[in-house]
Structure formats: C-alpha cells, structure tokens
Design a protein around this ligand. Sequence first.
Ligand SMILES: C[S@@+](CC[C@H](N)C(=O)[O-])C[C@H]1O[C@@H](n2cnc3c(N)ncnc32)[C@H](O)[C@@H]1O
Length: 251
Amino acid sequence: MMMARSAVGMRDSGRPCPGLSSMAVNHPAPRFSPSSRARLTTYDLARFPRSTLFDRLARAVCAAGCLPRKELYESWEVARRARRLFRGGRVVDLGGGHGLLAHAMLLLDDSSPQAVVVDPAVPPSARSLHQALATTWPRLTDRVVWRDAGVDDVELGPDDVIVSCHACGALTDRVLGRATGARARVAVLPCCHDVETCDAGPIEGWVDQALAIDVMRAVRLEGQGYRVWTQAIPEAITPKNRLLLGAPVNP
Ligand SMILES: C[S@@+](CC[C@H](N)C(=O)[O-])C[C@H]1O[C@@H](n2cnc3c(N)ncnc32)[C@H](O)[C@@H]1O
C-alpha cells in the first residue's frame, strides 16, 4: 500500500511533482506518470487510499473505468485553481468531453447550482463517469447536464464561470470570445497552438510561437477589461500547462 501511495506524487525522474506534493514522496516507488493516457480502472484503486477529496474523486473515476489518467489530474489542477478565484455561478465546461472538470468544479464549490458540459462529440462513457461520481456524491445527480452543441450554440451570462481544458487551437480563442462577450469569468488551459489560426502577435521573434499565442491571449483579455491571472499546472501532467484565468474588472 505504501508503495502505491508514494508513487502518485512523483515525476518520471523520481523528483516530487509540485502540484501533487501533499502525497508521500519519500519512498522509492514504481513509475506512475500522471500524464499517462492509460485508463484508470479498479486496478488503480490502491493508489488513492486517502480520505482527501482528490483521492475520493480518483477512486470514483477508477470505478467508472473509462477516463485517461491525465484527464483526472488535468481536471483537478484546473478546477482547484479556478475555484480559488471564482466561487459560485453556473459552471459551463466548453469542449468538455467527459465533463470531469465540470464535476470537479461542483465538488470544490457546492454553491454553484449547476454545471453544463458543452461538446458536439460527448464520449459515450461520459454517462458511466457521471454515474460513478453521482454514486459517490448523490448531490451531483441532476446538477450536471450535457449539451450536444458547439461553443457558439449556448447562451452564457455574467454569473457563469466558463472553463475549458485543452480546447484545440483556435477553439480556445472562441471560448475566450464567448466568455468576454458575456462578461463571464473564465479559465482556459489552451493546447495545440496553431499559428495559422491563432494570433502570435509581434513577439514570436522572441518567444516560441505557442507562448506568443498565449501571451497575446492574456494581453487581449486584459484589454477587454478583465483582471488576468497567468498560472501553470504541473508540467509532469501535461506540457500544455499554461492556465489563463480572467474576471471582468467591472462585471
Ligand atoms: C482535446 S478534447 C478536450 C476534452 C476535455 N476538455 C478534456 O480536457 O479532456 C477537445 C474537445 O473539444 C470538443 N470540440 C470540438 N469542437 C468543438 C466546438 N466547436 N464546440 C465545443 N466543443 C468542441 C471535442 O469534441 C473534444 O471533446
């Protein structure tokens, strides 16, 4: 049991992973990378023995048996940072896939009445995941709804908290555009930066293109009257780890 427990907080190098630092890291352990795309299943239950909210969430995810491991860590790290800044409101998870981020947002702040997962291609296993989570937390039942739709097809309002984890390329810009149009709070973890469709501005001669695109996103958000926070989730989980958060200065 101790072996599995210490494994979770380690980088592949064996050094502690900062975002996972509360876990025991003093024992040599078998490799368990949080960036793995392998599905978490009941075989992994013993890796999450504690009574913390994260371990309970991980055990429910293992019971569902359908979620790639990295999605658990990504969703958790985004949700807990977003919730430090943004309390309450309806949660809207754009390009939400399985919707674990939406669920984690509700678990971290029960004052949000509802979460909406918006995705034109919701994985069939999203239902199993929701059922496993609702079995552990019955209060989640009927509070998460899925919309088989694109980012432009849902109504958003100023009380919403918009979240989006790894919306591909320019989809992240559309998420930001929808959020700012509604004067809603927003947290995005961008991925697959595409210079053909995303704006790298005038700084790509100094920094790599992906960073230039994200810097421009942060600057644009501020220019639209937002207070902006730039953070990062642990790189051991994903190299696409820049987290951009914003809230309207004058809601
Ligand atoms: C890389 S996946 C990320 C899924 C999930 N957020 C996660 O972190 O695991 C990108 C998601 O965006 C969805 N997507 C693609 N085009 C979209 C659109 N126009 N509006 C909303 N979601 C879209 C895809 O179906 C896919 O589920």
